[in-house]
Design a protein around this ligand. Sequence first.
Ligand code: M6R
Length: 612
Amino acid sequence: MCGIVGFTGQENALPILMRGLYSLEYRGYDSAGIAAFTEDGLKVIKTKGRISNLEEKLRGEGSFSSTCGIGHTRWATHGGPSDRNSHPHLGGRDGKVAVVHNGIIENYLFLRGQLEKHGYVFQSETDTETVAHLIDYLHTGRQEDLAQTVLKALSLLRGSYALGVVSMDDSSEIVAARRDNPLIIGLGEGENMIASDITAIISRTRRYIILDDNEVAVVRPDRVTVYNQLGDVVDKPVQEVNWDLSAAEKGGYAHFMLKEIMEQPRAFSDTVRPRIQDGEIVFEDNGLTDERLREAGHIHLIACGSAYHAGMVGKAVIEELGRVRCSVSVASEFRYSNPIIREKDLCIVISQSGETADSLAALRQAQRAGAFTLAVVNVVSSTIAREADGVLYTWAGPEIAVATTKAYSAQLAALYLIAAKVAKARGLLDRQTERELCGALLQLPDSIREMLEQIKTVQYLASKYANRSSVFYLGRGLDYAAAMEASLKLKEISYVHSEAYAAGELKHGTISLIEEGTLVVALATQRHLYEKTVSNIREVTARGAEVVLIAAEDFDGDVSACKNVIRLPACMERFAASLSIIPMQLFAYYVAVERSCDVDKPRNLAKSVTVE
Ligand code: M6R
C-alpha cells in the first residue's frame, strides 16, 4: 500500500530514489513521483502510472542533480490515479513543504475545511495534501524546527500514516514519522535513507532502525535522531538485514512469481528444518509452552487473503491432531464481530508482510481480551511480529510478486508444526507418531519438487484453457481449502472469473453456472472423500463441464470423465494441500502469461495492505 523512499547524502539522490522506487513498486503502482532539492529550489516530478513513466518524465526534464529527496509509489485510496493525486504533495502557497504518505488520514475533510478558511488552495483530492498544508500552516512564521512542527501536526491527525517530509528551510533534512504503517531508516556512511521496507535500502546499506508508532525521526546525512511523542530523544536499536540482494531479484526468471513458485521446496524446508531435531518437534522460543497449549480452550486463526486460506488448512490439521476447538476468521470480519475471546485462548495471526492493517487490529484486539497471541509472519521485525506475544517466523525469504506462493507454502509448514506441537502438549502424540510426522514434513520439500516437475503439463493445460471466461475449483475438506487458494491465485493475476466451492455445495445453486465447456478443476486427495468427490465430478460433467482432476497417488475413483489427471506423489494426506496447490499456482501463472497480464503487479492490487 504505497512505497516511500528518501535519501540524503553526498551523491546524486535521483538514481538512488529511482532504484528504491523500483524495488518498492510491488507495494502500489498507480502513480509515482519524487521531490528533490535542486539549485533552483524544491523540484517535484510526478506522474500517473508506473515508475517507468516517472523515469521517462524525469528524462524529459533534462539533467539536474540533488543530494536530498523523497519518492513515492502510490496505491490510490483518496482520489483516483492521476498526475494531480500523485505524491509528493506540496504544502503552502509557495510550495515550501513536500510530503509523501502511506496510509489514510481519516479527519482530512475537517482539516481541509479549516485550512481552506485560511486561504489554502488544494490541487488534489487526496488526504495527503492536507498534511502538507497543515505542516506549512503550523510552520510558517514560527521559529521552530520542522520536526517540532511535524510532531504538532501529527497530534491533529486521525488515522494511519508513514510520512516523509522535506522543507525548503533545510535542503539536507528529511523528517519521517509513522503510525500503523511501516517505515525504516537505513543507516549509511555519510548518507541515510528512509523507506517502507528493506528492499529499497539494501543496495546502499544493510543497517537500519525501525521507527515505532508515534515516533518522529530527523534524518540528515551525518546523523539520525528519533523523538517520541513528547519530543524526547529515543535510543533505537540498530538491526542488520540477514538476506542478500539477490533474494529480491528475479535471478533469470521471467517473473518474480515464477521464481517464488520454484523456491517453495526451500521455503518449506527452511521453515520446518530448524524446528525438528532427531524426529522431535522442537521450538520453544516463542512462548508456546506446553502448559499454554494444554490449557488453550480455543485456538483462533486470524488472517486475510491467502494467509486466511493457509489458516483454513491449519484449522483442519490442528483440530485433527490436537483435538482442540479451532476457528479461522477473516481479520476484517473478526475485528468488528465482537468475537468471544477468553484469557486462555490462543490467537494465531498469520501474515506474510506482518503489516496487514486488519490482521494487526485483530491481534491488538485479542491482546486486549487477554489471550496469548502468536504471529506466524514472514517479514522479520514487522509490526505484527513485534507486537505479538510470540512469533514463529516463516523463512520464505523476501516475496516480491503480489500473488503470494512461497510465503503461503511456508505458512502451511508453520501451521503443521503448530498442529503437531498442540497434539504433543495435549498428550495425543506418541513418540512413534511424532517421528512419522517429522519424517513426512521433512520429505515434503522433495515432493513439492516432484510436483514442480509437472510444469510442462500445467503449461499445456494453461494454454488450452486460457481463453475460458470462468473456472470452478471443487474440493471437500482440506481440498476445499486448497481450492479457495487456487481460485484466488487465478483471479488475482489473470482476471479470469473463478470460484471455489465445497464440492457438495455446488448443487445448492451454483451448478446453474456450469455449461458446455466450463472448466472445473477438482481435487481429490482425502481418501475418505474420494467417492463423494467422484459423484460431484459426475454432476458437473453431466452438464458439459471439462474436468481437470488433481488426485492423490492412490486415488482409485473412476477418472474416465476427466480430461486430465495430475497425480500427487505419496504423502500423508493431512499435508496434501502443500502439493495440490503447486500445479494450481503454475496454472494461474501460465494463464496470466497467456493473457499477457502483468503477473507480478496485477491491476488494482498491492502487496502489503496497510489500510483497512
Ligand atoms: O501480508 P499478508 O499475508 O497479511 O497479506 C494478506 C493478503 O493480503 C495476501 O495473502 C493476499 O491475499 C495475496 N495477494 C494473495 O496472493
